[in-house]
Design a protein around this ligand. Structure first.
Ligand code: ZN
Length: 264
């Protein structure tokens, strides 16, 4: 598995670093789903600060997030979405490709891939409005999809992680201050309200919470509609968010040693 070492660099002033069709692209297979489908990340640009964008954590009624991820990758590839100097953008359109194939919200084994992460409140018994009672898996990271993404995040240490969901029409951040700032910038540009505290229902073993433990800023973006990616709004929002990432002072993170993952 080819992985990339990210070196934090002091960002230069924000200017577009690439024109159309000149953007550097790297495609990485970070693992496979339960059914053996590749989990593919495409990275654009060469900057020292990396934003990782993930769609298709939930599929079925949230499959629009996969479409948006593919569209955003295309915008980045063609230069229609300009990457600020000093920034690199990596896109994982579908964490749950089996859910796309099967038309399900969960993975092949019926596990909710946003309930299977390393968090204090992880539970095998989870809940989501699309499925009712859902499986959080046999243990945190019991699924090949979540393990692959967690390992990729551990090895590449992105400076920010954005996860698309549908259809709550809001943004919410984990507890890292930069995450709050990035989610706010995204929300203002996409006209999606920032939600300070999620009270709708209990979310156990959540991805962005697991990234709190790694001190990685992360936020969820809930799209408005399942039948419209609203690409223009999200391109504007990504532009605002990436500009903020390029210029924001990044608080020093504690020395980081990569935890080893035990076999599932
Ligand atoms: Zn979701």
């Amino acid at each position: 598995m080819a992985l990339v070492i990210i070196v934090l660099a002091r960002p230069a002033p924000v200017t577009a670093q690439t024109g159309p069709l000149k953007v550097a692209v790297e495609t990485i297979v970070i693992g496979q789903s339960v059914m053996g489908q590749d989990l593919v990340v495409s990275c654009f640009g060469t900057g020292g600060r990396t934003a990782l964008l993930a769609g298709g954590v939930h599929t079925g009624p949230e499959a629009v997030t996969v479409t948006l991820g593919l569209q955003v990758a295309d915008e980045l590839r063609t230069g229609r979405l300009a990457i600020p100097r000093g920034v690199r953008v990596c896109v994982l359109p579908a964490l749950n490709p089996d859910g796309i194939t099967l038309g399900t919200h969960t993975n092949f084994r019926g596990v909710d891939l946003n309930r299977n992460w390393v968090a204090k409140n992880w539970s095998p018994f989870a809940w989501h409005p699309s499925t009712g009672i859902a499986s959080g898996g046999a243990e945190p990271l019991s699924e090949p999809e979540t393990r692959a993404l967690y390992q990729y995040i551990l090895e590449t240490r992105p400076d920010a992680v954005l996860v698309w969901h549908c259809c709550g029409a809001l943004v919410e951040a984990n507890q890292m201050p930069l995450a709050v700032a990035l989610a706010s910038a995204y929300g203002v540009a996409a006209r999606l309200p920032y939600l300070d505290v999620w009270r709708a229902y209990t979310i156990t073993g959540e991805l962005i919470v697991s990234l709190d433990h790694l001190r990685i800023p992360a936020f969820d973006v809930e799209l408005r509609q399942s039948n419209d990616t609203a690409l223009k709004e999200h391109v504007a929002a990504l532009t605002a968010m990436l500009r903020h990432l390029a210029t924001a002072p990044v608080a020093a993170r504690p020395a980081f040693s990569t935890p080893t993952l035990s076999p599932p």
